[in-house]
Design a protein around this ligand. Sequence first.
Ligand code: SF4
Ligand code: SF4
Length: 171
Amino acid sequence: MKRIQAAMHENLMIAMDAFRKLPGKKMQAAEMRIREIIFLKYQMEAIADQKGYSQACRNFIPICKGECCKWHFPGNLTHLDFFAAIFDMSEAEQATMAELILNNHKHQCPVLLETGCFLSFERRPVICTNAYPCFHDQSYWNAKERQNILFKKAFDSLEAIVPFQNDRTVE
Ligand code: SF4
Ligand code: SF4
């Protein structure tokens, strides 16, 4: 668990560092990619909604208590996931999330609070939006795989715009 926390924290630091240093023009281009990612996420969420998954989760949460976020967490979030997540956050909120990741030992995902995910629905990572482990269904899976091609394109483009420094030195 400590290894997951350290890796996530490092990726968040890379994202925060890039965010602070990004010039205005590049920031606008990055924002367009992030809006694209959010749009794609909403499309996936709409499919989940049509299939009744979203409502089924809402109904079931008092019983499952968000078991998926507690134990089926993907293991890490990339610097790109974090960059998209922090885009509309103040620096104070970013710092709070960094502290939470290092100190939250309760669940496998250190972004999870007693009240749910620290991130808003819009900022929830793609991998979390796409995960409906309890309602596995092939047509949802197929739609997700098709959408993943578009997600990858948007993330690749974001990576090309933002000069992330994986070997950064913390100031
Ligand atoms: S996917 Fe399953 S465990 Fe997760 S919130 Fe929905 S019902 Fe609960
Ligand atoms: S980032 Fe949020 S939605 Fe994703 S696993 Fe963690 S708590 Fe759940």
